[in-house]
Design a protein around this ligand. Sequence first.
Ligand SMILES: Nc1ncnc2c1ncn2[C@@H]1O[C@H](COP(=O)(O)OP(=O)(O)OP(=O)(O)O)[C@@H](O)[C@H]1O
Length: 289
Amino acid sequence: MTVKVTKDETPGGKPESVTGDLVLETKGVTLRFGGVTSLDSVELRMLRGEILAVIGPNGAGKTSLFNSLTGAYVPQEGKITFRSGKGGEHSLLGCKPHVVSLLGVARTFQNIRLFGALTALENVKIAAETRLKAGPVSIMLGLPRARKAERESDLKAHEMLSYVGLDSKMNELGGSLSYGDQRRLEIARALATDPEVLLLDEPAAGTNPTEKRELEELIRRINTERGVSVLLIEHDMRLVMSVADRVMVLNFGRKIAEGAPEQVQRDPAVVEAYLGVAPQEEPAAEGQE
Ligand SMILES: Nc1ncnc2c1ncn2[C@@H]1O[C@H](COP(=O)(O)OP(=O)(O)OP(=O)(O)O)[C@@H](O)[C@H]1O
């Protein structure tokens, strides 16, 4: 794999919330579509407070894993457990996506899913409202509880747009924003649900080099300032190697490697998965067998 790997120093270091306990765990997760096995006994162990990247060639099963963790797909076998920092252990297998979000696991999508005809602010407010306790009846009747919920979601949406650097664009339509801004808007929307774990599916796809650098900085801030554990799918190896604490590699639905970025990039199985051929042996030095 021809990527240069230097793990940048994280400004300010890791938050104290990195405790080393498991926040998300899968055991033997297997997902099949007819004859295609897109996940094959996948074991994921994500520590609270870490940035864990999931990489692998096209079709390796990365998005299938995200979809299984967030309730969009229901694997035929295995266990998926989320351990909330607020206490409680939850099985996510077969959970409805909105329940997964309420429990504290939020995501963005590889193919951006925003309401193009709503403003940036409205897009984030919708997500913020899912956290609040006002039901449709109290909203229709304009009851005090509903008005309070409306104010809170408005505040939250402003806060999150400002956090991702989109406050000056809050009244622009989601569909009219640049690709990089749409990706950040998706992140703001996910953050508005106050997640403990954030799943980012190819957040750098389609962004320019400046937007990539800003994204890298944003992912670090979300992790260090907000204490959010980040699971990251990304093809941009420079970004992965720069922000990830650990990397897990999938190929044909199976985990083939896991470890520190610099360790994983030297792993012969990973090099082979990316290049399609086994790495060349170093030629023996003269005088050696
Ligand atoms: N809904 C589905 N129906 C049928 N097959 C699917 C479905 N979703 C995923 N697959 C198959 O599962 C395998 C893994 O796909 P997946 O999208 O998870 O890979 P990926 O690693 O995310 O790929 P990429 O990097 O290209 O996004 C592929 O063979 C794909 O065709």
